[in-house]
Design a protein. Structure first.
Length: 334
């Protein structure tokens, strides 16, 4: 009987642990308010999740590439719950044409995306008077958030941001081919060929008929519109506190090259600005030994199951708390 009771205790403990971790993926019990605004004549819909106490700050999440809804298919939930537990309200919205938002995100330039973020932030300023308000953007948001001004936000957090669209594309291809076991000579040749093909497909004289068979006309136009994006000019004009953070094992964006550019441009700006390369972390700041793929759709079944069980602990140790500490310490009351 004693052994049976001990076994039952351990089973119940394991079940309790799993349920505790699964709670990281649940936002249903959080207090929320709706967020609806207009940009480029289209209605954008989102949610503001509220902490249990008065918010110390509000941060708007700005998506990277792809057709993402306000929670990025649920992937944001552990991060949102972590920020809420640190008394930071979190806003996020469906991309145009996704979920409850009108329009088509593939019709946007990076300037259009910046206008969208600006509109969302200005609405948040009306709803949260006297509370520091900023934006936290991922990957492609590196060409969006640097366009903001102190009229738009109090602070910016950039995760895995690329400076040059073209350089990022070359790095992405190089890492993919390295993982496939190709030699450096083969990779250099492949990238040179890719650049020639991209010029034919997307260059100034390109037409939609040049596009690849597996690419929609909207995607072709999106790339053609944005392929010359480079954040240097916007960073040179940026006048906001910035936390820019890259995972040291980022397979999508070159962490040291981009951090170096940020450091060179922003080093003499706000003393609150920090440029960080986080050890053993991926493009999304997850633990690289367990989660380092370029695309989430490439994750193994084991990695997907592990993420569900780990929740916020799937992120590199202390990465999310460091971001929360910085947001709380770097916001400036209006």
């Amino acid at each position: 009987m004693r052994l049976f009771l001990i076994a039952c205790f351990f089973v119940l403990a394991i079940i309790a642990l799993i349920l505790w971790r699964l709670a990281d993926h649940d936002l249903a019990d959080r207090n929320t308010i709706s967020l609806t605004f207009t940009t480029s004549g289209k209605t954008v819909s989102g949610t503001v999740w509220l902490p249990n106490e008065t918010p110390a700050a509000v941060v708007a999440l700005v998506h990277g590439d792809g057709p993402q809804d306000r929670t990025s298919g649920g992937g944001y939930a552990p991060m949102i719950n972590t920020l809420l537990d640190r008394q930071i309200a979190v806003a996020s919205w469906d991309k145009p044409g996704i979920g409850q938002s009108d329009g088509n995100w593939l019709h946007q330039s990076m300037a259009d995306r910046a206008d969208e973020v600006r509109a969302g932030l200005h609405l948040l300023q009306q709803q949260f008077d006297g509370v520091p308000i900023g934006a936290m953007g991922f990957s492609q948001a590196g060409w969006v958030l640097p366009k903001l001004t102190p009229d738009d936000a109090d602070f910016l957090v950039l995760v895995g941001a690329a400076v040059s669209w073209r350089d990022q594309g070359e790095y992405y291809t190089r890492r993919r081919l390295e993982a496939a076991g190709h030699s450096s000579i083969t990779i250099d040749t492949a990238i040179a060929q890719q650049n020639l093909e991209n010029e034919y497909i997307f260059g100034p004289n390109a037409v939609a008929a040049n596009s690849r068979a597996d690419m929609s006309a909207d995607r072709w136009q999106f790339i053609r519109t944005n392929r010359n994006a480079d954040a240097r000019a916007a960073l040179a004009e940026l006048d906001l506190p910035v936390l820019a953070i890259w995972g040291a094992e980022d397979l999508n964006v070159h962490p040291t090259a981009n951090a170096s550019i940020y450091q060179q441009i922003l080093v003499r700006r706000s003393p609150r600005t920090q440029i960080v390369i986080w050890p053993e972390a991926t493009h999304a700041l997850l633990k690289s030994p367990q989660y380092n793929w370029q695309l989430t759709e490439d994750w193994s079944f084991r990695a997907k199951a592990r993420f569900i069980v780990e929740g916020r602990f799937a992120f590199a140790p202390d990465a999310l708390n460091t971001i929360a500490d910085w947001i709380i310490g770097s916001g400036t009351n209006r």
